[in-house]
Ligand binder design. Structure first.
Ligand SMILES: Cc1ncc(COP(=O)(O)O)c(C=O)c1O
Ligand SMILES: Nc1c(O)cccc1C(=O)C[C@H](N)C(=O)O
Length: 410
């Protein structure tokens, strides 16, 4: 497999992007699906925005360094990656807050319907936000409906106001069919909100072409914007007149610096801003996004699928496939950029793997999750990671890690 990996690396047209990232020596990072690493440009920008822009230029930076435009500028940098024409994406807040804004506005656009449907295996915040909204508005205006991922389309009917789905399941990596589901939902008059947390920067997304109504996503995973980096929100052009989000703060006002007492929302996607943007984080994000201007997202997808397949092949060759059964869909086309494996000691294995220099993550109750970020991972690194996994499992090193964990807990 070493030779296969070497050959795949030689053919890799994305290999040169690796030098645009600061990655610690001796670490194989398979967790970019949770927190992307530090881009060189972002590191430089962090120093510049703090020392020069804030430190020296002070408040003049709102104009001098265009701080005021950062939310829209970052939104426009993300737009091509998610298939959105200009004027529909803006960066602000977190996914959770943006979900609250989008769902509130979407429900108001559906008089006579109150059900908001999502999947029972969705990321918790997506479910919690609907629950919170239901408490806020009352069950007669917002009612949470949970369905299995397998029966989404079968459960769609005219009583549903909004369908909220995460395109790539955070646990299993399963990729939903955005085109088909959106089409079926629209035929029943349902508005669809897509959570792109595990899609943006991992695979091509076609929000406009598939006529998505709204979307949210984060920038700290595959987009490498840094821990807690601002999220984004997409509102399709055709809804921008009618859509009203509830956190009507001054930054979303049509004319914030007139300081008028009556709220008038900004035209377009800008009304989704509420308060002052987190300028330092947003500026660092802007630099991180600059990496993507030369990236072909189709090549990212091809490499990510090839890596997933290669990882599975390595496990087979090392006879680990029965020890760690894969619980992600078997076809690469039906997955995002991650794989999940079941093991009763998944947590301890993950810890022992980290100690051996391979960072992956664990998701309760028993999943080992491995993410492939094609801009900075090589096939040889993937093979090396699998060899280390084989070693620690053979030597049962994870049992030591489990013992240490118990010591820590007690
Ligand atoms: C699918 C999904 N949605 C939402 C979130 C949470 O986003 P935020 O922390 O920006 O609210 C995550 C992960 O953190 C996620 O995986
Ligand atoms: N956002 C995170 C955080 O602030 C701390 C730890 C993890 C996260 C995550 O992103 C979790 C992630 N969405 C997941 O897929 O599990």
């Amino acid at each position: 497999m070493q030779a296969v990996a070497k050959k795949l690396d030689e053919q890799d047209c994305l290999a040169s992007f690796r030098e645009q990232f600061c990655l610690p020596e001796g670490v194989i990072y398979l967790d970019g699906n949770s927190l992307g690493p530090l881009p060189v440009a972002a590191k430089q920008r962090a120093v510049e925005v703090v020392t020069q822009q804030w430190g020296q230029d002070l408040i003049t930076s709102w104009n001098k360094h265009a701080w005021i435009d950062l939310p829209q500028q970052c939104g426009e940098q993300i737009a091509p990656l998610i298939g959105a024409a200009p004027g529909q994406v803006i960066c602000c807040d977190s996914i959770s807050v943006n979900l609250f804004k989008v769902l509130s506005g979407a429900i108001r656009m559906q008089p006579g319907r109150r059900k908001v449907m999502t999947t029972s295996d969705n990321f918790p915040t997506d479910i919690y936000t609907i629950e919170g909204l239901s408490e806020q508005l009352g069950e007669d205006r917002c009612e949470l409906v949970l369905v299995d991922e397998e029966s989404i389309e079968a459960m769609l009917d005219e009583s549903i106001a909004v369908l909220l789905l995460t395109q790539v399941n955070f646990r299993s990596g399963r990729l939903l069919d955005m085109k088909e589901i959106t089409r079926t939902a629209h035929a029943k008059g349902i508005l669809v909100v897509w959570d792109l947390a595990h899609s943006a920067g991992a695979l091509p997304v076609h929000l406009d072409a598939h006529e998505a109504d709204f979307a949210v996503g984060c920038t700290y995973k595959y987009l490498n914007g840094g821990p807690g980096a601002p999220a984004f929100i997409y509102v399709a052009k055709r809804h921008q007149q009618q859509f009203k989000q509830p956190v009507s703060g001054w930054m979303g006002h049509a004319s914030p610096f007139t300081f008028g007492s009556a709220y008038a929302p900004a035209a377009g996607v800008k009304q989704n801003l509420s308060g002052t943007p987190a300028v330092i984080a947003m500026s660092v994000l802007e630099a991180a996004l600059s990496v993507w201007k030369d990236v072909d997202i189709l090549q990212v997808r091809q490499k990510s699928m090839a890596m997933g397949e290669f990882f599975l092949e390595c496990l087979r060759v090392l006879e680990l496939d029965s020890v760690l059964p894969c619980v992600s869909p078997s076809a690469a086309k039906e997955r995002g950029s991650q794989l999940a494996f079941r093991h009763e000691h998944a947590y301890a294995i993950c810890q022992a793997w980290i100690e051996a220099g391979v960072v992956a993550d664990f998701r309760a109750p028993d999943r080992l999750r491995v993410g492939f970020a094609p801009l900075y991972i090589s096939f040889q690194a993937v093979w090396e990671a699998c060899e280390k996994l084989k070693c620690l499992i053979e030597e049962q090193r994870y049992l030591e890690a489990r013992f240490r964990l118990q010591q820590t807990v007690t």
